[in-house]
Design a protein around this ligand. Sequence first.
Ligand code: ZN
Length: 385
Amino acid sequence: MQLVVVVKLLPTPEQAAALAGTLRTTNTAATWLAEQAQTAARRGRTELQRKHYSQVKAVGLSAQPALHVIRKVADAYTTRAANLIAGNYGPKGSRRRERVESSPIRFRPDAAQPFDDRCLSWQYDTRTVSIWTTAGRMKNLCFTGSADHLQALQLYRQGETDLVHRKGVWFLYATCDIPEPETPEPAGWIGVDLGLANIATTSTGYRAAGRALRRHRERQQELRRKLQAKGTRAAKRVLKRQRRKESRRAIEINHQISKRIVVEAQRTAHGIGLEVLTGIRERVRLRKPQRAALHSWGFHQLGSFIEYKARRAGVVVVFVDAAYTSQTCRKCGHTGRANRPNQARFCCRACGFVEHADRNASHNIAARAAKQWGSGAQSAAPTPT
Ligand SMILES: [Zn+2]
Protein backbone atom coordinates (compact mmCIF):
# COMPACT_ATOMS: atom_id res chain seq x y z
CA MET A 1 0.00 0.00 0.00
CA GLN A 2 1.11 3.52 -0.65
CA LEU A 3 2.01 5.86 2.13
CA VAL A 4 3.13 9.45 1.79
CA VAL A 5 5.94 10.28 4.16
CA VAL A 6 6.51 13.92 4.94
CA VAL A 7 9.93 15.16 5.97
CA LYS A 8 10.81 18.68 6.91
CA LEU A 9 13.73 20.35 5.20
CA LEU A 10 16.23 22.44 7.11
CA PRO A 11 17.72 24.67 4.40
CA THR A 12 20.29 27.36 4.97
CA PRO A 13 19.13 30.82 3.79
CA GLU A 14 21.01 30.33 0.50
CA GLN A 15 19.48 26.89 0.00
CA ALA A 16 15.99 28.25 0.80
CA ALA A 17 16.46 30.96 -1.80
CA ALA A 18 17.45 28.36 -4.40
CA LEU A 19 14.39 26.25 -3.55
CA ALA A 20 12.10 29.27 -3.79
CA GLY A 21 13.63 30.23 -7.11
CA THR A 22 13.09 26.70 -8.38
CA LEU A 23 9.41 26.65 -7.48
CA ARG A 24 8.93 30.13 -8.91
CA THR A 25 10.55 29.23 -12.22
CA THR A 26 8.79 25.89 -12.63
CA ASN A 27 5.39 27.36 -11.74
CA THR A 28 5.83 30.38 -13.98
CA ALA A 29 6.61 27.92 -16.76
CA ALA A 30 3.56 25.83 -15.82
CA THR A 31 1.25 28.86 -15.88
CA TRP A 32 2.65 29.91 -19.24
CA LEU A 33 2.18 26.41 -20.63
CA ALA A 34 -1.37 26.27 -19.22
CA GLU A 35 -2.19 29.42 -21.20
CA GLN A 36 -1.00 27.75 -24.38
CA ALA A 37 -2.95 24.61 -23.49
CA GLN A 38 -6.15 26.53 -22.80
CA THR A 39 -6.48 27.62 -26.41
CA ALA A 40 -5.07 24.40 -27.88
CA ALA A 41 -7.36 21.81 -29.41
CA ARG A 42 -5.54 19.02 -27.60
CA ARG A 43 -4.03 19.24 -24.14
CA GLY A 44 -2.62 15.78 -23.69
CA ARG A 45 0.85 15.30 -22.31
CA THR A 46 2.28 14.01 -25.58
CA GLU A 47 0.81 16.88 -27.53
CA LEU A 48 2.08 19.54 -25.10
CA GLN A 49 5.48 17.91 -25.02
CA ARG A 50 5.75 17.81 -28.79
CA LYS A 51 4.77 21.43 -29.21
CA HIS A 52 6.30 23.15 -26.19
CA TYR A 53 9.10 21.06 -24.68
CA SER A 54 11.94 23.21 -25.95
CA GLN A 55 10.17 26.43 -24.94
CA VAL A 56 9.58 25.16 -21.41
CA LYS A 57 13.17 24.03 -21.18
CA ALA A 58 14.40 27.41 -22.39
CA VAL A 59 13.28 29.21 -19.23
CA GLY A 60 16.12 27.48 -17.40
CA LEU A 61 14.84 23.98 -16.66
CA SER A 62 16.78 20.83 -17.35
CA ALA A 63 15.14 17.93 -19.15
CA GLN A 64 13.42 16.12 -16.28
CA PRO A 65 11.98 19.19 -14.55
CA ALA A 66 10.67 20.42 -17.92
CA LEU A 67 8.91 17.10 -18.47
CA HIS A 68 7.45 17.29 -14.95
CA VAL A 69 6.10 20.77 -15.64
CA ILE A 70 4.44 19.50 -18.81
CA ARG A 71 2.92 16.58 -16.99
CA LYS A 72 1.75 18.81 -14.14
CA VAL A 73 -0.13 21.00 -16.61
CA ALA A 74 -1.61 18.07 -18.53
CA ASP A 75 -2.73 16.43 -15.26
CA ALA A 76 -4.29 19.67 -14.04
CA TYR A 77 -6.38 19.88 -17.21
CA THR A 78 -7.39 16.24 -16.91
CA THR A 79 -8.50 16.82 -13.33
CA ARG A 80 -10.40 19.94 -14.32
CA ALA A 81 -12.16 18.09 -17.15
CA ALA A 82 -13.19 15.35 -14.72
CA ASN A 83 -14.47 17.92 -12.24
CA LEU A 84 -16.44 19.68 -14.97
CA ILE A 85 -18.04 16.41 -16.05
CA ALA A 86 -18.84 15.54 -12.45
CA GLY A 87 -20.59 18.90 -12.10
CA ASN A 88 -18.29 20.09 -9.33
CA TYR A 89 -18.28 23.59 -10.79
CA GLY A 90 -22.05 23.70 -11.21
CA PRO A 91 -24.36 22.68 -14.06
CA LYS A 92 -23.72 23.42 -17.72
CA GLY A 93 -24.26 27.05 -18.52
CA SER A 94 -23.81 28.26 -14.95
CA ARG A 95 -21.63 31.31 -14.50
CA ARG A 96 -19.16 29.61 -12.24
CA ARG A 97 -18.67 26.73 -14.61
CA GLU A 98 -18.23 29.02 -17.60
CA ARG A 99 -15.68 31.07 -15.74
CA VAL A 100 -13.69 27.98 -14.84
CA GLU A 101 -13.94 26.59 -18.35
CA SER A 102 -12.94 29.76 -20.14
CA SER A 103 -9.88 30.72 -18.09
CA PRO A 104 -6.50 28.99 -18.18
CA ILE A 105 -5.35 27.11 -15.10
CA ARG A 106 -2.93 29.12 -13.00
CA PHE A 107 -0.24 27.81 -10.69
CA ARG A 108 0.75 29.59 -7.51
CA PRO A 109 4.40 30.69 -7.58
CA ASP A 110 5.07 28.27 -4.72
CA ALA A 111 2.88 25.37 -5.85
CA ALA A 112 4.39 21.91 -5.27
CA GLN A 113 6.75 20.45 -7.86
CA PRO A 114 7.52 16.75 -8.33
CA PHE A 115 11.09 15.42 -8.49
CA ASP A 116 12.23 12.01 -9.65
CA ASP A 117 15.33 10.07 -8.65
CA ARG A 118 17.44 11.77 -11.27
CA CYS A 119 16.77 15.20 -9.77
CA LEU A 120 16.61 14.23 -6.12
CA SER A 121 18.72 11.69 -4.30
CA TRP A 122 18.59 10.69 -0.65
CA GLN A 123 21.54 10.18 1.71
CA TYR A 124 19.84 8.53 4.68
CA ASP A 125 22.95 8.16 6.84
CA THR A 126 23.65 11.89 6.82
CA ARG A 127 19.95 12.81 6.57
CA THR A 128 20.55 15.00 3.57
CA VAL A 129 19.28 15.17 0.04
CA SER A 130 20.88 16.37 -3.12
CA ILE A 131 18.38 18.18 -5.30
CA TRP A 132 18.27 19.87 -8.69
CA THR A 133 17.53 23.60 -8.50
CA THR A 134 17.50 26.39 -11.04
CA ALA A 135 20.68 27.57 -9.31
CA GLY A 136 22.40 24.25 -9.96
CA ARG A 137 22.57 20.95 -8.14
CA MET A 138 22.35 21.52 -4.40
CA LYS A 139 23.97 19.04 -2.04
CA ASN A 140 23.81 18.62 1.72
CA LEU A 141 20.27 19.85 2.16
CA CYS A 142 19.33 18.55 5.61
CA PHE A 143 15.99 16.97 6.47
CA THR A 144 14.31 15.63 9.56
CA GLY A 145 11.27 13.55 10.42
CA SER A 146 9.80 11.12 12.90
CA ALA A 147 11.74 7.90 13.50
CA ASP A 148 9.19 5.55 11.94
CA HIS A 149 8.79 7.82 8.94
CA LEU A 150 12.53 7.90 8.36
CA GLN A 151 12.64 4.14 8.57
CA ALA A 152 9.78 3.78 6.09
CA LEU A 153 11.63 6.16 3.77
CA GLN A 154 14.82 4.19 3.84
CA LEU A 155 13.12 0.84 3.33
CA TYR A 156 10.27 1.58 0.98
CA ARG A 157 10.62 4.91 -0.77
CA GLN A 158 9.79 4.60 -4.43
CA GLY A 159 9.11 6.93 -7.32
CA GLU A 160 8.53 10.62 -7.10
CA THR A 161 8.77 13.17 -4.34
CA ASP A 162 7.04 16.54 -4.16
CA LEU A 163 8.80 19.67 -3.00
CA VAL A 164 6.26 21.64 -0.96
CA HIS A 165 6.45 25.11 0.55
CA ARG A 166 3.88 25.87 3.22
CA LYS A 167 3.80 28.91 5.47
CA GLY A 168 7.50 29.51 5.20
CA VAL A 169 8.47 25.89 5.86
CA TRP A 170 9.91 23.47 3.29
CA PHE A 171 8.83 19.84 3.04
CA LEU A 172 9.41 16.80 0.90
CA TYR A 173 6.41 14.51 0.34
CA ALA A 174 7.86 11.14 -0.54
CA THR A 175 5.85 8.14 -1.71
CA CYS A 176 6.60 4.84 0.00
CA ASP A 177 5.27 1.49 -1.15
CA ILE A 178 4.77 -0.42 2.07
CA PRO A 179 4.16 -4.18 2.02
CA GLU A 180 0.92 -5.16 3.68
CA PRO A 181 1.26 -7.18 6.88
CA GLU A 182 -0.14 -10.70 7.02
CA THR A 183 -3.69 -10.78 8.27
CA PRO A 184 -4.27 -13.61 10.73
CA GLU A 185 -7.67 -15.24 11.14
CA PRO A 186 -9.61 -12.92 13.48
CA ALA A 187 -10.16 -14.20 17.01
CA GLY A 188 -13.43 -12.29 17.15
CA TRP A 189 -15.14 -9.23 15.80
CA ILE A 190 -15.56 -5.63 16.86
CA GLY A 191 -18.79 -4.20 15.48
CA VAL A 192 -18.86 -0.47 14.91
CA ASP A 193 -22.15 1.40 14.89
CA LEU A 194 -22.06 4.89 13.43
CA GLY A 195 -24.57 7.55 14.27
CA LEU A 196 -25.29 11.07 15.26
CA ALA A 197 -25.81 10.83 18.99
CA ASN A 198 -22.68 8.71 19.23
CA ILE A 199 -20.35 9.02 16.29
CA ALA A 200 -19.04 5.53 16.87
CA THR A 201 -20.04 2.81 19.35
CA THR A 202 -18.23 -0.52 19.44
CA SER A 203 -19.41 -3.89 20.67
CA THR A 204 -16.40 -3.95 22.98
CA GLY A 205 -17.38 -0.91 24.99
CA TYR A 206 -15.86 2.11 23.28
CA ARG A 207 -18.09 5.03 22.57
CA ALA A 208 -17.17 8.29 20.86
CA ALA A 209 -19.88 10.61 22.08
CA GLY A 210 -21.18 13.09 19.59
CA ARG A 211 -23.08 15.41 21.87
CA ALA A 212 -20.44 18.02 22.61
CA LEU A 213 -19.33 17.90 19.04
CA ARG A 214 -22.89 18.26 17.79
CA ARG A 215 -23.48 21.31 19.93
CA HIS A 216 -20.29 22.81 18.66
CA ARG A 217 -21.32 22.13 15.09
CA GLU A 218 -24.74 23.61 15.64
CA ARG A 219 -23.17 26.79 16.91
CA GLN A 220 -20.89 26.87 13.90
CA GLN A 221 -23.83 26.36 11.56
CA GLU A 222 -25.66 29.24 13.18
CA LEU A 223 -22.61 31.43 12.71
CA ARG A 224 -22.32 30.34 9.09
CA ARG A 225 -25.95 31.22 8.45
CA LYS A 226 -25.37 34.70 9.79
CA LEU A 227 -22.23 35.19 7.73
CA GLN A 228 -23.93 33.90 4.61
CA ALA A 229 -26.79 36.31 5.14
CA LYS A 230 -24.31 39.16 5.33
CA GLY A 231 -22.78 38.19 2.00
CA THR A 232 -19.95 40.72 2.14
CA ARG A 233 -16.46 39.95 0.96
CA ALA A 234 -15.13 40.01 4.50
CA ALA A 235 -17.88 37.65 5.61
CA LYS A 236 -17.02 35.26 2.80
CA ARG A 237 -13.39 35.29 3.84
CA VAL A 238 -14.31 34.48 7.42
CA LEU A 239 -16.61 31.73 6.17
CA LYS A 240 -13.86 30.14 4.16
CA ARG A 241 -11.43 30.20 7.06
CA GLN A 242 -14.15 28.82 9.29
CA ARG A 243 -14.87 25.94 6.93
CA ARG A 244 -11.20 25.00 6.76
CA LYS A 245 -10.90 25.05 10.52
CA GLU A 246 -14.00 22.88 10.89
CA SER A 247 -12.74 20.38 8.39
CA ARG A 248 -9.36 20.14 10.14
CA ARG A 249 -11.17 19.54 13.41
CA ALA A 250 -13.33 16.82 11.89
CA ILE A 251 -10.27 15.14 10.38
CA GLU A 252 -8.53 15.24 13.73
CA ILE A 253 -11.52 13.66 15.51
CA ASN A 254 -11.92 10.98 12.85
CA HIS A 255 -8.22 10.17 13.19
CA GLN A 256 -8.59 9.74 16.95
CA ILE A 257 -11.68 7.55 16.72
CA SER A 258 -10.30 5.34 13.95
CA LYS A 259 -7.01 4.95 15.77
CA ARG A 260 -8.73 3.86 18.99
CA ILE A 261 -10.77 1.24 17.17
CA VAL A 262 -7.94 -0.14 15.06
CA VAL A 263 -5.45 -0.27 17.95
CA GLU A 264 -7.91 -2.25 20.02
CA ALA A 265 -8.63 -4.63 17.15
CA GLN A 266 -4.92 -5.18 16.59
CA ARG A 267 -4.19 -5.72 20.27
CA THR A 268 -6.97 -8.28 20.65
CA ALA A 269 -6.46 -9.84 17.18
CA HIS A 270 -10.05 -9.00 16.25
CA GLY A 271 -11.51 -8.08 12.90
CA ILE A 272 -13.64 -4.98 12.45
CA GLY A 273 -17.22 -4.99 11.21
CA LEU A 274 -18.26 -1.73 9.58
CA GLU A 275 -21.52 -0.84 7.98
CA VAL A 276 -21.59 -0.16 4.27
CA LEU A 277 -21.47 3.58 4.39
CA THR A 278 -23.69 4.39 1.47
CA GLY A 279 -26.64 3.23 3.53
CA ILE A 280 -26.26 5.59 6.42
CA ARG A 281 -28.39 8.40 5.07
CA GLU A 282 -31.23 6.16 4.05
CA ARG A 283 -31.08 4.17 7.23
CA VAL A 284 -31.41 7.02 9.65
CA ARG A 285 -34.68 8.85 9.55
CA LEU A 286 -34.27 12.28 10.95
CA ARG A 287 -35.86 15.60 11.48
CA LYS A 288 -34.63 18.28 9.13
CA PRO A 289 -31.99 20.11 11.19
CA GLN A 290 -30.40 16.81 12.10
CA ARG A 291 -30.25 15.81 8.49
CA ALA A 292 -27.93 18.68 7.71
CA ALA A 293 -25.72 17.69 10.62
CA LEU A 294 -25.51 14.10 9.44
CA HIS A 295 -24.67 15.06 5.91
CA SER A 296 -21.94 17.30 7.08
CA TRP A 297 -20.27 14.77 9.35
CA GLY A 298 -17.51 12.85 7.64
CA PHE A 299 -18.70 9.27 8.12
CA HIS A 300 -17.17 8.29 4.84
CA GLN A 301 -13.93 9.79 5.96
CA LEU A 302 -14.12 7.94 9.27
CA GLY A 303 -14.80 4.70 7.40
CA SER A 304 -11.88 5.22 5.07
CA PHE A 305 -9.56 6.11 7.98
CA ILE A 306 -10.52 2.89 9.76
CA GLU A 307 -10.05 0.88 6.58
CA TYR A 308 -6.67 2.43 5.88
CA LYS A 309 -5.28 2.15 9.40
CA ALA A 310 -6.57 -1.42 9.62
CA ARG A 311 -4.75 -2.37 6.44
CA ARG A 312 -1.52 -1.00 7.82
CA ALA A 313 -2.05 -2.88 11.07
CA GLY A 314 -2.99 -6.18 9.44
CA VAL A 315 -6.54 -6.02 10.76
CA VAL A 316 -9.41 -7.43 8.69
CA VAL A 317 -12.28 -5.08 7.93
CA VAL A 318 -15.58 -6.50 6.73
CA PHE A 319 -18.31 -4.25 5.41
CA VAL A 320 -21.82 -5.38 6.21
CA ASP A 321 -25.31 -4.30 5.32
CA ALA A 322 -26.51 -2.63 8.50
CA ALA A 323 -30.21 -2.62 7.66
CA TYR A 324 -32.34 -3.21 10.80
CA THR A 325 -29.31 -3.68 13.05
CA SER A 326 -30.73 -0.91 15.24
CA GLN A 327 -34.13 -2.59 15.54
CA THR A 328 -33.01 -6.19 15.99
CA CYS A 329 -32.53 -7.77 19.40
CA ARG A 330 -29.06 -9.23 19.65
CA LYS A 331 -30.21 -11.81 22.21
CA CYS A 332 -33.27 -13.34 20.54
CA GLY A 333 -33.23 -11.84 17.05
CA HIS A 334 -36.67 -10.27 17.28
CA THR A 335 -36.92 -7.29 14.92
CA GLY A 336 -39.33 -4.41 15.19
CA ARG A 337 -39.48 -0.66 15.37
CA ALA A 338 -41.16 -0.91 18.76
CA ASN A 339 -37.89 -2.27 20.16
CA ARG A 340 -36.63 1.30 20.08
CA PRO A 341 -38.82 3.30 22.45
CA ASN A 342 -36.45 6.23 21.96
CA GLN A 343 -33.17 7.16 20.35
CA ALA A 344 -30.96 5.91 23.15
CA ARG A 345 -32.76 2.81 24.44
CA PHE A 346 -33.18 -0.66 23.06
CA CYS A 347 -35.88 -2.73 24.75
CA CYS A 348 -36.86 -6.02 23.15
CA ARG A 349 -40.62 -6.57 22.90
CA ALA A 350 -40.16 -10.33 22.68
CA CYS A 351 -37.59 -11.25 25.35
CA GLY A 352 -37.30 -8.07 27.39
CA PHE A 353 -33.59 -7.57 26.77
CA VAL A 354 -32.56 -3.98 27.51
CA GLU A 355 -29.39 -2.21 26.36
CA HIS A 356 -28.12 1.06 25.00
CA ALA A 357 -29.47 1.12 21.44
CA ASP A 358 -26.15 1.83 19.72
CA ARG A 359 -24.40 -0.88 21.72
CA ASN A 360 -27.03 -3.42 20.73
CA ALA A 361 -26.63 -2.38 17.09
CA SER A 362 -22.84 -2.67 17.26
CA HIS A 363 -23.17 -6.28 18.46
CA ASN A 364 -25.47 -7.05 15.53
CA ILE A 365 -22.91 -5.56 13.17
CA ALA A 366 -20.17 -7.69 14.76
CA ALA A 367 -22.32 -10.80 14.32
CA ARG A 368 -23.01 -9.99 10.69
CA ALA A 369 -19.31 -9.41 10.06
CA ALA A 370 -18.46 -12.80 11.60
CA LYS A 371 -21.14 -14.51 9.51
CA GLN A 372 -20.03 -12.82 6.32
CA TRP A 373 -16.37 -13.66 6.96
CA GLY A 374 -17.23 -17.24 7.85
CA SER A 375 -19.35 -17.76 4.77
CA GLY A 376 -16.25 -17.02 2.72
CA ALA A 377 -17.71 -13.89 1.22
CA GLN A 378 -14.66 -11.85 2.09
CA SER A 379 -16.23 -8.54 1.44
CA ALA A 380 -14.26 -6.45 -0.89
CA ALA A 381 -14.36 -3.11 0.81
CA PRO A 382 -16.46 -0.70 -1.19
CA THR A 383 -14.45 2.40 -1.78
CA PRO A 384 -16.07 5.22 0.16
CA THR A 385 -16.76 8.14 -2.11
ZN1 ZN B 1 -35.02 -10.14 22.36
